[in-house]
Design a protein around this ligand. Structure first.
Ligand SMILES: C[S@@+](CC[C@H](N)C(=O)[O-])C[C@H]1O[C@@H](n2cnc3c(N)ncnc32)[C@H](O)[C@@H]1O
Length: 156
């Protein structure tokens, strides 16, 4: 659904074997460029083979920061690096077009405010929910799974 709203470009960190990327590609309009980065060489190679016939899809092997080689993006999905969970944080002001959307996967649903994780304030979640140039919220997808979705505000 979010891919369908991305007019020009989509990026993902953490390609894996390309399952999520296939969903993004199938939702995107023809001509939308998709870039995905995977640090594991074997996964990157296999995913590149899977998408070998898709000229709109580029798989980059390396650390997640390689998404910075392109962009800005209309949709940025952080599923392997850049989530502010210890491997750095992607910069929405640099990587997202105005009105663009960032998705940060793999949280457990918050039950308190401020959100807590392992008994301490959850700095990763707070990073995204309070990011000044985003309007972000947490969406619960299952009893044990939530994502944060944020939209970049237009420059004022
Ligand atoms: C949860 S899996 C991704 C699944 C995939 N997005 C999907 O939906 O099918 C996370 C992937 O991120 C990759 N990864 C983890 N840290 C990374 C980093 N710093 N830079 C690039 N890739 C990373 C892992 O090797 C792994 O393949």
């Amino acid at each position: 659904m979010l891919a369908a709203g991305a007019l020009h470009s989509i990026a993902e960190t953490g390609t894996g074997y390309g399952v999520g990327l296939a969903r993004l590609a199938s939702g995107a309009a023809p001509g939308t460029r998709l870039t995905s980065v995977e640090r594991d060489p074997n996964r990157a190679r296999i995913a590149a083979e899977v998408f070998g016939d898709c000229s709109d899809v580029v798989i980059l092997h390396g650390d997640w920061q390689r998404v910075e080689e392109h962009g800005p993006y209309d949709l940025l999905v952080l599923d392997g690096g850049g989530q502010a969970k210890g491997s750095g944080a992607a910069d929405p002001a640099r990587l997202l077009a105005a009105g663009g959307t960032v998705v940060i996967d793999d949280f457990t649903p918050a039950t308190t405010w401020p959100p807590r994780f392992n008994g301490a304030p959850d700095q990763s979640r707070l990073h995204w929910l309070e990011y000044p140039e985003l309007r972000a919220t947490e969406l619960r997808l299952a009893a044990d799974l939530s994502v944060i979705v944020g939209t970049r505000l237009p420059a004022s």
